[in-house]
Write a protein that binds this ligand. Structure first.
Ligand SMILES: [Zn+2]
Length: 433
């Protein structure tokens, strides 16, 4: 008589065991042995050991041979985007504004990253999620984290649709959740879907050996306080400064817990918000932090070997990043080309520059279930390449064309025309040898 319940229980136990194995395999809540939630080392130089021969058990995990962590803060103007790579695993945190879709697509294409372990949309504002459709256009993702699953904006709708299609849908993480990224570990420190949009920001730390990176989205002082109250360790070697350097973020108590060696401010030249503010810069100056800025220095590339972080800005290595704001250049035109758009047609991907024999792709966001035509005008006239026929957009309004640029196509700058739904859009593009 007691046989039956026991059998049921063991079946249940086996089920739980299998389930936890499966979940572990997916990486959710997988506390990898490299995770070091107890005391992340802030100093990049090792304290001297008196007994170098018998270290009982170093707190720092051993990293595999040839392992490296690279964190690339992309210059997306007044917005955020960072691409993180470790041991062939990749993660994207935010994707800039809508107009950056093309840039994000191009970066992934250049790096040949067609699979992202994770995409993190720190919060629903356009300057963080607007360009993520470009990422999903080139790559698929195993997991897409977002503090909310609904938000009332077209930009969010487009992002969420692409995340459902290519990113496994939207997952809301919880503080304390960890995810492996090669030999690195990602730990969620803060997320609050109920707060004001900036304060919903997913705040996370990436630990790699004895080094770590703290990403704060646009979290403001209220969110910083909640994270401080949670007691989760915050120490980090590199801080992505909250909210583009606004004085509503990076409070002294928060900064004191992090004690970063380096800080990166992702901010646009001559932005109308006055970011970064003098208050924030002076707090960073007081804390002795070495500051890098995307508006002055372009992409900021950080490389860690597990002990030391090396920071390499794309330009102006010695810019006075803590000094007065850079003088705004007379014309406020961005050096990067913004994706053209019209009322009814938004360009998600277009080939600014294509080489002969390469494949070009144009993706637009138009009206749902509408026929669009494309004309590619070369020097010799309209292209008759395969792949350029009229197409009907899907239910979300997207249409994509891919075609091969012939080996004998004359180099030069030409036009692509996209028409449909009563609108015509012209895109410039350049063919190179
Ligand atoms: Zn922002």
């Amino acid at each position: 008589m007691y046989q039956k319940p026991r059998t049921i229980r063991s079946v249940l136990l086996a089920g739980v065991l299998i389930l936890s194995l499966i979940l572990g395999g997916c990486g959710v809540d997988d506390v990898s042995p490299t995770a070091q939630s107890t005391s992340p080392t802030v100093q990049t130089t090792q304290p001297e050991t008196s007994q170098p021969d018998t270290q009982p058990e170093t707190t720092a995990p051993t990293l595999p041979q040839g392992s490296e962590l690279q964190v690339r803060f992309l210059d997306v103007g007044q917005a955020d985007a960072a691409l993180i790579s470790c041991d062939g695993h990749h993660m994207l945190i935010d994707g800039g504004n809508r107009g950056d879709s093309n840039l994000i697509y191009a970066v992934l294409q250049r790096e040949e990253i067609s699979y992202l372990d994770m995409v993190v949309a720190t919060h629903a504002h356009e300057d963080h999620i607007g360009g993520l459709p470009g990422a999903f256009q080139y790559a698929s993702a195993g997991l897409t984290l977002c503090p909310v699953t609904t938000y009332d904006s077209d930009v969010f709708e487009t992002f969420a649709a692409k995340a459902r299609e290519k990113g496994g849908g939207l997952t809301v993480p919880q503080p304390g959740d960890t995810y492996p990224l090669g030999s690195a570990t990602v730990t969620i420190l803060g997320v609050n879907g109920e707060a004001d949009t900036n304060n919903t920001s997913i705040v996370l730390r990436i630990d790699y050996g004895q080094t770590s990176f703290l990403f704060t989205g646009d979290a403001e002082r209220e969110a910083e306080q909640v994270i401080l109250d949670s007691g989760l360790p915050l120490g980090a070697t590199v801080l992505k400064v909250g909210h583009h350097g606004s004085d509503t973020s990076t409070t002294y108590p928060f900064l004191r817990e992090i004690m970063p060696q380096y800080a990166v401010i992702s901010v646009g030249t001559g932005n109308s918000y006055g970011h970064p503010t003098e208050e924030t810069l002076s707090r960073l100056r007081d804390a002795g932090v070495e500051v890098f800025r995307t508006d002055m220095q372009g992409d900021i590339v950080c490389t860690s070997d597990g002990k030391t972080v090396t920071v390499q800005p794309q330009r102006n290595q010695n810019a006075d990043t803590l000094g007065p704001a850079a003088p705004t250049e007379p014309p406020e035109t961005q050096p990067e080309t913004q994706a053209p758009s019209l009322e009814g047609i938004q360009v998600l991907v277009w080939p600014e520059t294509v080489g002969q024999n390469e494949t070009a792709t144009v993706t637009i966001q138009g009206l749902p279930n509408t026929t669009y035509s494309i004309t590619v005008n070369y020097k010799s006239g309209p292209s008759s390449a395969q792949g350029l026929e009229d197409k009907t957009s899907d239910g979300s309004g997207q249409v994509s064309w891919s075609w091969k640029v012939g080996g004998r196509t004359s180099p030069g700058t030409f036009n692509i025309t996209v028409s449909g739904g009563g609108e015509t859009l012209t895109l410039p593009f350049t063919v190179t040898e």
